[in-house]
Design a protein around this ligand. Structure first.
Ligand SMILES: [Zn+2]
Length: 467
């Protein structure tokens, strides 16, 4: 069967835009204050879910609401299934919008709204694509199911609940990241190092060390408080000024009789790319270490001497690398210390798709005990990887290349996309290469043209995967 998918979507363009606008006008931010049985994430999300299920019923799909945690619309028949995993919750709107965030206004061929690109616009594109496949009476040998998650932006409780009750699709994709295809996502581990020794006891004492709020971000600032006599503190101030000048960092100090507070401003970056940031905590530790004060807590030399400049885990003995996804990365995301209690250092580790997470944990335990510390794994997501010659990949590549005329290269990332909830799944769109990333920003938008193109790509993908 030869169908010009883009033409078919173009013919229905106004309908697609109107329906997307209508969907975007539902404020679907997590709201625990209106949560109740059947709507665990609040009224707005429940309304958005109900909206899609009603639309699905109107189109003659079979639909199901899973206790308000998730839902699906399904078309076709067969034992195997193709899953398209979307989410309809959005992050809070924030401030500074040109038009109200839930007005879904169109200006200069862009549709502006919270959720326009992440992920309600693409959700509608996929839904519209399935509706088109049905309308054109294309014969399918597999079931196609669009799964609506509702808690992607917070805790993924939606997919957890969903897969407790429903089958795993045979293959699938999530339209919640980038085109062409993300087929490899590193394993992600949050760990905490707890140091056993408690006190800083030299002539100059380290009172506190504070840096970082989230493990998956490079800390932008770090602050320490020191106690000592005036003479010592004055010489530390002189060294600190020289240190800042040498590194060309911003920083400040605040000196009162016996205490000195030093702070450094680095540069934030995502935890998956620590080399792109300037980790303020490591530089401040480096400075403290360079003072050669007696009896500083051990974490200072570990961070300031050994971990400084090591983005790949050599210090911890966990450096591994593979061809598909590159090296393991370590981000020191959080450091907290208060004299009299043990120091805590939080790490966000991203390891290559072919590496073994358990081995890494084992090596970390060893490294921790070598440094009089203990390690606790707070969170661990294993890698997600579909090999390049898998039929799912080959099919999606063909679709993308036919629709866009561009080569469909494969991407490997250190971040985590929704696709990793699927056993055999990849992230497929909706952001075309070179587009500015406006997800989670004010004035979030989707280009009308991209919405249309995405719908055509998803329609052909559904057909090719399920025919
Ligand atoms: Zn998303």
């Amino acid at each position: 069967m030869k169908i010009n998918w883009l033409n078919e979507v173009e013919k229905r363009k106004d309908q697609l835009i109107n329906e997307t606008q209508e969907f975007l006008r539902i404020n679907s931010v997590l709201d625990e204050s209106t949560a109740s049985a059947g709507q665990p994430f609040g009224k707005g999300i429940a309304n958005a879910l109900q909206h899609m299920l009603t639309e699905g019923e109107d189109r003659g799909f079979s639909v199901k609401n899973l206790d308000g945690y998730a839902g699906y619309v399904e078309h076709g028949s067969g034992k195997e299934s193709v899953g398209i995993l979307c989410h309809l919750d959005v992050v809070p709107a924030g401030t500074g919008w040109t038009s109200p965030p839930f007005a879904a206004e169109i200006r200069e061929e862009k549709l502006f709204a919270r959720g326009a690109i992440d992920n309600k616009g693409p959700t509608m594109a996929a839904f519209f694509a399935l509706a088109l496949v049905k309308e054109l009476n294309v014969e399918l040998s597999k079931r196609v199911r669009i799964i609506f998650g509702t808690d992607e932006e917070s805790n993924w409780r939606c997919v957890e609940h969903y897969f407790e009750h429903e089958e795993m699709p045979t293959i699938g994709f999530a339209p919640d990241a980038d085109f062409p295809i993300i087929h490899a996502e590193k394993g992600i581990m949050d760990v905490e190092l707890k140091f056993s020794e408690k006190d800083s006891d030299g002539e100059v004492k380290l009172e506190t060390f504070k840096s970082g709020e989230r493990l998956n971000m490079v800390p932008e600032s770090a602050e320490v408080k020191l106690k000592g006599n005036e003479e010592h503190l004055a010489s530390i101030i002189a060294s600190f000024s020289a240190f800042l000048e040498e590194k060309t960092f911003e920083g400040s100090f605040d000196h009162t009789k016996e205490t000195l507070v030093l702070s450094i401003l680095g540069k934030s970056a995502h935890g998956s790319t620590p080399e792109r940031g300037i980790n303020a905590s490591l530089y401040l530790a480096e400075f403290l270490h360079s003072l050669q004060l007696t009896k500083l807590p051990a974490f200072i030399s570990l961070l300031g001497e050994k971990c400084q400049g090591d983005f790949y885990g050599q210090t911890l003995g966990i450096n591994v690398e593979d061809e598909v996804s590159g090296p393991l990365t370590v981000n020191v995301g959080k450091v907290s210390y208060k004299r009299g209690s043990s120091a805590g250092v939080g790490l966000n580790i991203r390891y290559p798709v072919t590496a073994d997470g358990d081995k890494i944990i084992h090596a970390l335990k060893q490294a921790a005990s070598d440094n009089q510390a203990e390690i606790k794994v707070i969170d661990h997501m294993t890698p997600s990887y579909v090999e390049g010659d898998h039929p799912l990949i080959k099919t999606l590549q063909g679709v993308y290349e036919r629709q866009t005329g561009e080569k469909a290269g494969l991407l490997a990332i250190g971040g985590g996309t929704y696709a990793r909830s699927l056993d055999v799944g990849v992230a497929f769109g909706p952001m075309f290469p070179g587009r500015e990333d406006v997800a989670h920003q004010k004035d979030e938008y989707i280009l009308i043209d991209d919405l249309i193109k995405a719908a055509a790509i998803y329609a052909e993908a559904i057909y090719e995967l399920a025919k």
